[in-house]
Design a protein around this ligand. Structure first.
Ligand code: C2E
Ligand code: MG
Ligand code: MG
Ligand code: MG
Length: 286
């Protein structure tokens, strides 16, 4: 009886594994074509300056409009893009598209809006990274100071010497760097001190339990205190309620991002938000 059971399980397991592999391969073939078929697009999520409530930045978040499967989340296809190396051309497209959009907003003449772009580990290790960033800035005419690259702790801590070299090159161009999902990976305080990083983004898993969760509250306060001590700014990710925002303001958090403040949105919607904000902030002249 036990033997039978095992056999059935093995069969079930192998057929679902085959299905998984097949859909994985199909997805990979599709991803290769996604770029040339214009199936990728970017949404932009506002980043708010907590004291003033103004939008001072946006984060570019990629989406894949698959012809059969509909919209696929980056959590599903970015890992596949990393495995296959497709992240390099995809990342280059993301960077250029985001820089072009940021240049459009800069030309509107409203308050400056910084563009944050996610970089995965493979992109960060690519020898051409600095050149790719430089060409994206040159081709779009975006001021380097309006571009911020988001890296994770894992990417930064992997190879300290190489990391330091790449970070210095990027800072040399004039772009800013921030650490994404901070608190979920491994960071060496020693490196945090040495790396020239503008901001730490507190991972949304710490924000989601606020204001009730006293442990997450303690962690959030500690990250803010440490960042400020190291002259870094703090961005809270995943702010979903007014209570969370009030608490973060009380803790001295600099910037906030989350559904409560704005969902990842198409560029036209962000243009409207920026226009409204500018109209409200600028007294009408008669
Ligand atoms: P991330 O960089 O940490 O981006 C924040 C994620 O949190 C986004 O998910 C965003 O939609 C989501 N989010 C924003 N506000 C809230 C909120 O209030 N509550 C909750 N629960 N979630 C919120 P998304 O767009 O699905 O992206 C997931 C991840 O995929 C990103 O995490 C980033 O690591 C990666 N990713 C996205 N776009 C790119 C890209 O262009 N290049 C690379 N390399 N990675 C990307
Ligand atoms: Mg990010
Ligand atoms: Mg994050
Ligand atoms: Mg992330």
């Amino acid at each position: 009886h036990a033997k039978n059971c095992g056999k059935n399980n093995a069969k079930l397991y192998s057929s679902s594994l085959t299905m998984q592999i097949m859909s994985h391969v199909k997805l990979e073939v599709g991803l290769r074509r996604a770029l040339q078929n214009n199936e990728l697009y970017l949404l932009y999520q506002p980043q708010i300056d907590v004291p003033s409530g103004q939008i001072v930045g946006v984060e570019a978040l990629v989406r894949w409009r698959h012809p059969e499967r509909g919209i696929i989340s980056p959590t599903e296809f970015i890992p596949l893009a990393e495995e296959t190396g497709l992240i390099v051309p995809i990342g280059e497209w993301v960077l250029r598209t985001a820089c072009a959009q940021a240049r459009n907003w800069a030309d509107m003449g409203t308050q400056p809006v910084r563009m944050a772009v996610n970089l995965s580990a493979k992109q960060f290790k690519d020898d051409n990274l600095t050149q790719i960033v430089l060409s994206a800035l040159q081709e779009t005419g975006l001021a380097p100071g309006l571009l911020e690259l988001e890296l994770t702790e894992g990417t930064l801590m992997d190879d300290a010497r190489a990391t330091m070299f790449t970070l210095e090159q990027l800072r040399g161009i004039g772009v800013y760097l921030s650490i994404d999902d901070f608190g979920t990976g491994y960071s060496s305080m020693n490196y945090l001190k040495r790396f020239d990083v503008r901001a730490l983004k507190i991972d949304k898993s710490f924000i989601s339990g606020l204001p009730q969760d006293s442990e997450n509250a303690a962690i959030t306060r500690a990250i803010i205190a440490m960042a400020h001590g190291l002259k870094m700014a703090v961005v809270a990710e995943g702010v979903e309620t007014d209570e969370q925002l009030v608490m973060l303001e009380h803790y001295g958090c600099d910037l906030a991002q989350g559904y409560y403040l704005g969902h990842p949105s198409p560029p036209e919607s962000v243009t409207l938000m920026l226009g409204n904000q500018y109209a409200l902030a600028t007294p009408a002249t008669s």
